[in-house]
Write a protein that binds this ligand. Structure first.
Ligand code: UGA
Ligand code: MN
Length: 307
């Protein structure tokens, strides 16, 4: 029988390899912005009910990809229990498509379904950008009226304008929950304004001192709608704060924020504005040439099927 002898050097190498592997596993498990901790916080919250309620206001309109977009968003609501969805349809009445989607997502007592149609003369214009006026104005204003009339202002709450086509990380809502009463929270937005990321610039003391925007940087607040959320008490304190059609495209964010805050009062979030937790994605217009062909023959692929 041959004797297997392990030399001290081999043992040392084995230990080093083991430690390196352990470090690698640990690093991979580590996420930015309180990932797993935050999810834990959310689930504990289901019992403790300590996080402020976040009212997410979403204007939405009928088009082929509407159900797909809203389904994507509804999954965030399933994961974030302190979110309440104010969904405002750009239509003459609320639709069963949206209502069924909300109910199927299990959001029973956590949504408000409203509707108001944008005047047709503001849409038209055929080409892209096929709008002469900013989008979502009527819808967001209706939601603000609803909030001012229905929300108990004694409890701290947050308001977020959530477009139906952007991509949102669940962690963003944990960040938003940190917004203090009387403040507006800000963070970076990916894929917007012709840049990979548009973001607030901070000084040594982590105060917002500027923005890196390339598109119309002269705007009072050169940030996207997805870049901020607002403490609800500000909407009560400043009842005149509403969206307006009388501004150029790209000025809606500045229009609402100018009533509510100043640059130096902004509360930076998302790892001092270094983490991207929302992206201004835009869905390609659905091509339906074969469907149009069918419709000419009085047929359709979705006969009796909601897509
Ligand atoms: C950018 C901003 O991200 C929007 O928040 C802002 O409203 C818009 O510019 C603007 O200032 O006009 P963008 O991707 O260009 O967004 O706009 P959309 O995503 O097409 O529309 C914004 C929201 O309005 C969406 O939730 C969309 O569903 C809704 N919308 C759009 C309507 O309710 N009706 C419409 O006819 C079109
Ligand atoms: Mn969009």
């Amino acid at each position: 029988m041959t004797e297997v002898r392990i030399r001290p050097r081999q043992v040392l190498i084995l230990i080093i390899v083991f430690i390196v592997l352990l470090l690698m596993v640990h690093r991979n498990g580590k996420r930015t912005c309180d990932g797993p901790d935050y999810l834990q916080a959310m689930y504990t919250q289901q019992q403790s009910d300590t996080l402020p309620k976040i009212y997410a206001i979403t204007p939405t309109y009928a088009r082929p990809a509407q159900k797909a977009e809203l389904t994507r968003l509804s999954h965030i609501f399933m994961l974030v229990p302190n979110l309440h969805w104010i969904i405002v349809e750009d239509s003459n009445s609320t639709t069963p498509l949206v209502r069924n989607l909300l109910l199927r997502a299990g959001l029973e007592n956590r949504f408000t379904q409203l509707n108001i149609k944008t005047p047709q003369e503001f849409k038209l214009q055929g080409k892209d950008p096929n709008w002469i006026k900013p989008r979502g104005v009527e819808q967001r204003n209706l939601a603000l009226t609803w909030l001012r009339a229905n929300v108990n202002v004694d409890r701290h709450a947050i308001v977020f304008f959530m477009d139906d086509d952007n991509s949102y990380a669940v962690e963003l809502f944990a960040e938003m929950s940190k917004i203090k009463p009387g403040r507006v929270g800000v963070w970076p937005v990916g894929l917007v304004g012709g840049l990979m990321v548009e973001r607030p610039l901070l000084d040594q003391e982590n105060r917002v001192v500027g923005f890196n925007a390339a598109w119309r940087p002269e705007r009072p607040f050169p940030i996207d709608m997805a870049a901020f959320a607002i403490s609800m008490d500000l909407f009560i304190k400043y009842p005149q704060a509403v969206f307006s059609y009388e501004v150029q495209r790209g000025y809606q964010e500045s229009e609402i924020l100018r009533y509510l805050t100043t640059r130096d009062q902004l509360q930076p979030l998302a790892n001092n504005c270094r983490d991207v937790l929302v992206w201004h994605t835009r869905t390609e217009k659905t091509k339906l040439t074969a469907e149009e062909e069918l419709i000419r023959k009085r047929k359709r692929s979705d006969e009796g099927i909601e897509v």
